[in-house]
Design a protein around this ligand. Structure first.
Ligand code: MN
Ligand code: MN
Length: 490
């Protein structure tokens, strides 16, 4: 007869990491969560994220010299590669954790400024998968990189300090939303209506400025007359020159002219810091946790690694949310060039192809947490739970596993063994029910090199919303899992 203990061994049961956390462990978890909170409150764009990681690694001794033991390669301010030597040769492969630093947001259009109904607005073009309604009627901040014609750079960050003004998109009042209520959700919120409030007051009138403008054209045809009339109305008494006021303020405060906006990257993100959520403060709520939670934890893991067996690398990519294209996205050759450069400097005899084929990777990205209010989209036996430790995704994609790489049984089992050996709780999940939807990560771009790769990251609730939720205890164990991977995967 099998004993109770034997039976326990035969059954697979994911563990709630909070159950094992005593008061001391909870204090350590809280300490890590507080540092994480500061990080996601400060890093709201891929550029800010790369700058943070770059600083931290520079302090940890990573530098330019490709022949050094710790090499750092930032790229266009939006991607970054870092690697440190291990005891073993590159010929036996590198342990790589790959993350992405971009998150869904609204970008200002190239000619954003319009004026209507006594409001100057900034028109936007959304980036990545958003539910448009979530961006209405909430405080927003502007983070941007503006490059003047002479090449000088202005970094904008407006709406984060307590004294800053914020921006917002006005929503329709319920009294006038009757027709909206019977329109399908995907049609009712239009991309072209995601316009942020930029200003309301007209520029202060200067006496001579009144005549300085181009006079209305003399109408010669009927159409011309109408135009002239319109312009006359625009130039007329009480004309609220609000759009012009925005331009004037931009020049006065930031030294930029309207044409600078055309070439700029200006991102609109939720304003304000991340917060602890719930009476117990056991969740972190904040913007951009997909995938900056993994950026933070992979970086912490890399900095914590001592005497690794294999060389350890961190790959931080941009553009994941829109398909990983572009020079700084995962489908570019950046990773390859960096690895080849390091191989040439460290061990010129090693074939780069072999180094790639022997490498092991973790695609560190978040998994959708089982939603207490929308359980019907998940298959509960294969859904991720908040608080159950980092979550493996053997594959991503949609439908019949389309658009995914899949980790092989050997590799998955080996990493699972590493985590078990260190007592790290873990779980495995798919993103929702079969045929419910799906998504992708950067895993397939790593798999394209022939290296072994699996997705591993914390569960996130309300993913892609302006206020995503993650469990504090998952931060702790995901960091431990990444460290175990760096230190012991071979
Ligand atoms: Mn992601
Ligand atoms: Mn995402």
């Amino acid at each position: 007869m099998p004993t109770k203990k034997d039976e326990d061994k035969r059954l697979y049961k994911p563990r709630n990491a909070w159950e094992q956390a005593d008061a001391e462990q909870r204090a350590r978890v809280r300490g890590l969560a507080e540092r994480y909170l500061a990080f996601i409150s400060a890093c709201k764009t891929e550029r800010e994220t790369v700058a943070y990681v770059q600083d931290r690694l520079a302090q940890a001794g990573y530098g330019d010299d490709a022949s050094g033991d710790r090499v750092l390669r930032p790229f266009r301010g939006k991607a970054l590669f870092a690697i440190r030597r291990g005891a073993k040769s590159l010929a036996e492969g590198v342990n790589i954790i790959a993350v992405h630093g971009d998150a869904p947001r609204l970008d200002l259009k190239q000619r954003p400024l319009v004026e209507e109904a006594c409001i100057a607005q900034g028109k936007t073009h959304y980036y990545g998968g958003i539910r448009k309604y979530q961006w209405l009627a909430r405080p927003l901040a502007i983070h941007g990189t503006v490059v003047r014609q002479d090449g000088t750079v202005v970094r904008l960050c407006i709406g984060e300090e307590p004294g800053d003004p914020v921006f917002c998109i006005a929503d329709l009042l319920p009294h006038l939303a009757k027709k909206q209520g019977s329109t399908p959700l995907n049609d009712v919120f239009e991309g072209e209506k995601l316009n942020i409030v930029m200003a309301h007051s007209p520029a202060v009138k200067e006496e001579k400025a009144q005549d300085a403008g181009t006079p209305p054209a003399e109408g010669t045809s009927e159409a011309g007359k109408d135009e002239a009339k319109d312009e006359a109305k625009d130039e007329g008494e009480g004309k609220p020159r609000i759009r012009e006021h925005v331009v004037a303020l931009l020049e006065e405060r930031y030294g930029i002219v309207e044409e600078d906006l055309v070439t700029a990257e200006i991102q609109v993100v939720p304003a304000g810091p991340a917060r602890f959520v719930g009476l117990d403060g056991a969740l972190v709520g904040g913007y951009g946790q997909d995938d900056r939670i993994c950026v933070f934890l992979a970086l912490e893991a890399l900095c914590a690694v001592e005497n690794p067996d294999a060389p350890c690398a961190l790959m931080l990519w941009d553009k994941e949310e829109i398909g990983s294209d572009g020079a700084t996205g995962a489908s570019s050759r950046f990773l390859r060039y960096c690895m080849e450069e390091v191989a040439a400097a460290w061990e010129p005899a090693v074939s780069p192809g072999r180094m790639f084929l022997e490498s092991r990777a973790v695609s560190a990205d978040v998994q959708a947490a089982l939603d207490p209010d929308f359980g019907e989209v998940h298959e509960k036996n294969n859904a991720a739970l908040l608080g159950y430790g980092p979550c493996f995704s053997k594959f991503t994609g949609s439908g019949g596993k389309y658009g995914a790489s899949e980790a092989d049984a050997e590799y998955f089992a080996a990493i699972r063994g590493l985590l078990n050996a260190r007592g790290i709780p873990w779980q495995a999940a798919e993103c929702g029910k079969v045929d419910q939807g799906g998504g992708g990560t950067v895993a397939l771009f790593l798999a394209a090199y022939g290296m072994r790769v699996i997705d591993l990251g914390p569960a996130v609730l309300s993913m892609h919303s302006p206020f995503e939720l993650a469990s504090c205890v998952d931060l702790w164990w995901t960091l431990e899992a990444y460290r175990a991977f760096y230190e012991a995967c071979r």
